[in-house]
Design a protein around this ligand. Structure first.
Ligand code: NAD
Length: 321
């Protein structure tokens, strides 16, 4: 097997590679060629951490494996990334471990790619203002991903602690995009596309904040109990997701489902839209919501790219186990 450490990842995969791989795996899921296994995700009662295992098999891409790791919210005070994970790839013919790949940067890249795929397929073509709710580790990746698929005139953002918006402002400047801090009412009134990417356990963005025609990518809720937007918003929107089973249990839709505002049948896999099996946005007034819960198959797809690139370039470390 090959070990591909975290420090090599940035040089092995591009944002384009990751976008294409995530879009492709969403299509494989919609066609029934790839499936995610039930997620394990638990609060471990130490350092406020959430730890879990996501696994799956992509028959089309022959990617079998798992990502183990999670979210340690206080890591920032230690100067290390809050998401810590490793992705293990197995040979689907023999069960032998093929690769162990650092999963920290890949998690941020594949999450931004999922959001960007949703924006590409569901946001209005004339979207001009990008709104971002949250300014944590993922937010800069999210902004860069969105800017790849639409030509925005500006970015407006809100964060619970406004002083932490400076990192996003710098990243917007690097993209040549004007940046403004805004309250949630203004953000909702002006934004055509809104990405929510907080670790909140209570609604931050409310139904009345959001105007017709908005596309929302709700990326922060990946665990039972987390919530970023008012459940009523999903009732008034068309809801799309990476994986319906996860959306209903650990995604943003868990609350609208629990409150009986929507049913699982109201949630459309994004891959079905990408592959033409389902319709996406049908009017410029519709509110569309992508409930991005994060699936194992995304991790396996991007780790496969990193492992293959490492092998081709003679990087990483071959070991026998
Ligand atoms: P982070 O710890 O770096 O940042 C957390 C952000 O949430 C900050 O902006 C913080 O101000 C905000 N926040 C926390 N509690 C809040 C509250 N009660 N109200 C409003 N804002 C609040 O985390 P991150 O790495 O940026 O991740 C953000 C979220 O995205 C986490 O919940 C994480 O688990 C999730 N995530 C999802 C996926 C996926 O595939 N969907 C992948 C990676 C991360």
């Amino acid at each position: 097997m090959i070990i591909v450490p975290e420090r090599l990842i940035a040089g092995l995969v591009s944002e384009t590679d990751v976008f294409n791989a995530v879009e492709k795996v969403f299509v494989a899921m919609a066609r029934g060629q790839a499936r995610n296994f039930p997620v394990v995700r638990e609060a471990i009662g130490c350092a406020d951490a959430l730890y879990g295992i996501k696994a799956g098999f992509d028959q089309a891409g022959l990617a079998l494996g798992l990502k183990a790791g999670g979210y340690w919210p206080s890591n920032i005070t230690r100067g290390i990334t809050n998401h810590q994970s490793i992705i293990l790839l197995f040979d689907p013919e023999t069960g032998q471990v093929k690769a162990a790949v650092g999963g920290n940067l890949l998690t941020a890249l594949r999450t931004a790619a999922a959001s960007a795929v949703s924006i590409n397929h569901l946001a209005r073509r004339d979207a001009r203002v990008l709104g971002i709710v949250g300014a944590g580790h993922q937010s800069v990746f999210q902004m860069r991903g969105a800017a790849r698929v639409r030509t925005f005139d500006k970015v407006i953002a809100w964060n619970r602690q406004a002083e932490k918006l400076s990192k996003l402002a710098d990243a917007a400047a690097a993209l040549g995009l004007p940046f403004e801090a805004a309250d949630l009412a203004r953000l909702g009134a002006e934004a055509d596309v809104i990405i929510t990417v907080t670790s909140s356990y209570a609604p931050v963005l409310l139904r009345d904040h959001v105007r017709p025609g908005t596309h929302l990518a709700c990326m922060g809720t990946d665990t039972k109990g987390k919530q970023e937007v008012e459940a009523r918003l999903l009732q008034d929107a068309r809801v799309f997701t990476d994986e319906v089973a996860q959306s209903c249990t650990i995604g943003e839709a868990q609350h609208a489902i629990a409150e009986k505002l929507i049913e699982p049948a109201n949630i459309t896999p994004l891959g079905a839209v990408v592959s033409g099996l389902a319709v996406g946005r049908t009017s410029s007034n519709e509110i569309t919501v992508f409930d991005g819960t994060g699936v194992a198959l995304q991790d396996l797809a991007v780790a496969s790219i990193a492992a293959e690139a490492a092998i081709v370039r003679g990087l990483g470390q071959e070991v026998s186990i």
